[in-house]
Design a protein around this ligand. Structure first.
Ligand code: BYC
Length: 482
């Protein structure tokens, strides 16, 4: 990705970095990237997929332009040689600010001084999640259920890497010296590190097994979707265009999560039938439905936290200033939202109490409502599989109050139905609802042997309906160097 010029000094090659931001004509960006990119590669080698750096070729998709053809470019690459690119969705002619106090004014092509700190903070928070997820998933390749899944994991990982590039592009291009410093710090914080953790909590949780991975890509990547949708409404046009393009990649990550869990459910049903319904499917190496439900509870509740506090002056200010809108802002009737109220359920003296909150202060909750609806639709699709197999079990989203660590329910205890519990009751019962050490141990035991043979799948998961890019399921999606 770096080539030597006549004087032997390495420089950034715009050809090796697919982009539509005129990188070859932008010396300032080239210089900033020259400094950052070697650190990024070093980070990828140290913190990216362990054991899959130098000797494996992975059949991945690389975005080489924003049109549909440029998007569908597949090739075998060694992961550290992936061509991480910089893309903005096409500009919208005469785009106007769509919400908040500046409604109707032209969008900004530069960062207004008065919103610089807030915008930088939003971009850094978004950027921080991307490398964090790669770090969280770095050991999964050694426990993969198939080459198809291994390839999907790496596709997700390289795209999260590209999303980091997208945020670094904004920091380098619009935030001068402090943007460059922030870009470096994005490579210094580490998921789960006690001294330098990632910014948001869910990104410090371990993802040790593939059930965690599929639930994470279903629920946490879906927070990515809701946050990116709201940032794509932003008055800062480069932020809007960058996040709009990122959303196209996010869709694939959620596909991996949703179909991953669906395939586990499919296999669990087959094993349950095989075992005569009454048997514990763990005895024949499957993943039982209660374990699936516990992982759903875990990642859904962590991802609810990612939407911030129910009542938030930060959220109000982001909305007022036009920095972060609502998902699908244009579907709302009113975009200034100064005198509107949101009916919110508070929890006071052990009882729910409904109060009116200024809508602008409730913007995190408004986005969370959208998010919960999107998750619920996914759970309905999963339950169809159980139904088709004649099972009476159903998966369900836990109540919003369950297992919360951010916002007004943190510090209180609720079961998945939203029934209030004492701390003692919670401590006694929490592993009925959340994965226990024994669950983790069991999952690791059935994933201990990775499956690297083309067309073969681990016993706990069904094959997918079709392969990648119209290739057969038994295609060699990852191959070792000859
Ligand atoms: N963990 O008013 P509050 C993705 C902090 S995922 C830890 O509640 P606000 C992806 C908050 O920072 C999408 N801390 O919240 C998915 C604040 O700190 P200060 C990522 C938290 O500011 C999978 C304090 O609590 N994108 O892309 O309204 C793979 C009170 O703030 C948390 C974004 O998040 C938490 N969960 O909203 C890869 C978009 N929540 O000021 C990628 C950008 C809150 O007291 N971020 N705090 O120091 C935002 O829009 C907002 O920062 C948040 C928080 C929605 C996250």
């Amino acid at each position: 990705m770096r080539v030597a010029n006549k004087r032997g000094i390495e420089m950034i090659s715009a050809e090796r970095i697919p982009n539509n931001v005129n990188l070859s004509g932008n010396k300032r960006l080239q210089r900033a990237l020259e400094h950052w990119q070697p650190k990024y590669i070093q980070w990828w080698r140290d913190m990216g997929p362990q054991g899959f750096q130098d000797y494996h070729h992975v059949y991945v998709r690389t975005a080489i332009s924003v049109d549909p053809e440029g998007w569908a470019h597949f090739e075998y690459v060694k992961l550290p040689e992936y061509r991480w690119g910089i893309f903005l969705a096409d500009p919208v002619h005469d785009r106007r600010i769509g919400f908040g106090d500046f409604l109707g004014q032209p969008v900004w092509q530069e960062v207004p001084g008065e919103f610089r700190n807030q915008l930088r903070r939003l971009i850094v928070t978004q950027g921080d999640t991307e490398p964090a997820s790669v770090e969280q998933q770095r050991l999964l390749g050694q426990r993969c259920p198939s080459l198809y899944d291994l390839r999907n994991l790496f596709q997700v990982n390289v795209e999260e890497g590209r999303h980091l590039w997208a945020m670094v592009y904004l920091l380098h291009s619009y935030f001068g010296r402090d943007g460059r410093d922030e870009a470096e710090e994005l490579l210094e914080r580490q998921s789960g590190n006690r001294d330098k953790p990632r910014i948001l909590e869910a990104f410090n949780e371990p993802i040790d097994n593939w059930l965690d991975f599929f639930m994470f890509t279903m629920f946490t990547d879906r927070d990515g979707k809701s946050q990116l949708m709201s940032l794509s409404e932003s008055s800062l046009d480069p932020l809007s265009r960058t996040t709009r393009f990122m959303l196209t990649e996010e869709a694939h990550h959620m596909f991996v999560g949703e179909t991953g869990v669906a395939r586990i459910l499919e296999r669990t049903c087959q094993l349950m039938k095989q075992a005569g319904y009454s048997e514990d499917v763990r005895k024949i190496g499957g993943i039982d439905i209660p374990t699936i439900q516990k992982h759903l509870n875990q990642w859904f509740s962590l991802s609810l936290d990612l939407h911030g506090s129910e009542v938030s002056s930060n959220a109000a200010s982001y909305f007022a200033n036009g920095l972060k809108g609502r998902a699908k802002e244009d579907t709302f009737d009113e975009h200034v939202v100064k005198n509107a109220y949101y009916s919110m359920e508070f929890f006071e003296d052990g009882k729910p109490v409904t109060k009116e909150v200024l809508m602008r202060n409730a913007m995190n909750e408004v986005l969370r409502d959208w998010y919960v609806g999107d998750c619920a639709a996914g759970v309905v699709r999963w339950n169809r599989i159980l139904e088709q197999h004649g099972m009476s079990d159903r998966l369900q989203l836990p109540d919003r109050k369950f297992n919360r660590h951010i916002g007004m329910y943190s510090g209180f205890y609720f079961d998945p139905n939203g029934v209030s519990l004492t701390k003692e009751q919670w401590e006694q019962r929490k592993h009925e609802w959340l994965p226990s050490a024994a669950d983790a141990e069991y999952l690791l035991s059935i994933m201990a042997e990775p499956v690297y043979e083309p067309g073969k799948f681990a016993n706990y998961i069904a094959p997918p309906r079709r392969g990648i890019n119209q290739l057969p399921i038994d295609f060699q999606y990852v191959r070792t160097e000859q």
